[in-house]
Design a protein. Structure first.
Length: 218
């Protein structure tokens, strides 16, 4: 029988006392919480998850990137105040600013024991160019192309990856198209005759040609 995420966390912390591991809840319909693993101990913990006889999470089926922009979270707490001589509980709202970061999320299964998924994730320090995470490809070879895709589209550099290079975009391409603040260019260099929405965007940024000005009604 598959262990609960709480049991798995407890055993991993016992094996690596210096590691920081948190359970991240998932409020969505999938209701699949995950383990947030600190970057320093991630390769060791990943190897533990793969090799532990009870777990044997020997197959990584999917690796995805997530981009979190800077955001403000509002929190409401109850405080006691005296209103017109009567003590009452009132709500006090505060705002917490959370700096942005990038994530890599791994879905793990056991082909040996036929259980899973167990979801683990790592976070970068920030969203700056060259943000780094340790590669888990040495633990699960199936992560190789998917970490390359995250590197290409989100800009996470995976330290220790055996062949980290772009996989979808060409080498000269700038920026990372899956980041939430990515801005599409007005024209694409592979499209010599822009059309439809590409042409419409381009017209918003370039002055009309003299011939077009002459044709316009005065």
């Amino acid at each position: 029988m598959m262990e609960t995420l709480e049991q798995l966390k407890t055993r991993a912390e016992a094996a690596f006392p210096a590691a920081k591991i948190d359970i991240v809840p998932n409020p969505g319909p999938a209701n699949q919480p995950s383990l947030l693993i600190d970057n320093e101990h991630a390769p060791e913990i990943a190897k533990f998850l793969r090799d532990d006889p009870t777990l044997r999470l020997d197959f990584c089926s999917n690796v995805t990137g997530v981009d979190w922009l800077d955001r403000v979270v509002k929190k409401t707490t109850k405080i006691k105040q005296v209103v017109a001589g009567v003590e009452k509980e009132v709500g006090q709202t505060t705002e917490e600013k959370i700096p942005g970061y990038l994530e890599a999320v791994y879905h793990l299964y056991s082909m040996t024991h036929k259980h899973g998924p167990v979801i683990i994730r790592m976070r970068t320090r920030d969203r700056a160019e060259g943000a780094r995470l340790p590669s888990l490809t040495p633990i699960w070879r199936s992560a190789e192309f998917q970490e390359r895709e995250i590197f290409d589209l989100y800009g996470i550099c995976f330290a220790g990856h055996p062949d980290l290079r772009r996989i979808l975009m060409w080498d000269e391409f700038e920026d990372h198209p899956m980041r939430k603040d990515y801005v599409q260019p007005d024209d694409f260099e592979w499209e010599p005759t822009p059309h439809d929405d590409v042409l419409a965007r381009a017209k918003q940024h370039y002055a009309p040609r003299p011939a077009e000005q002459e044709l316009r009604p005065s």
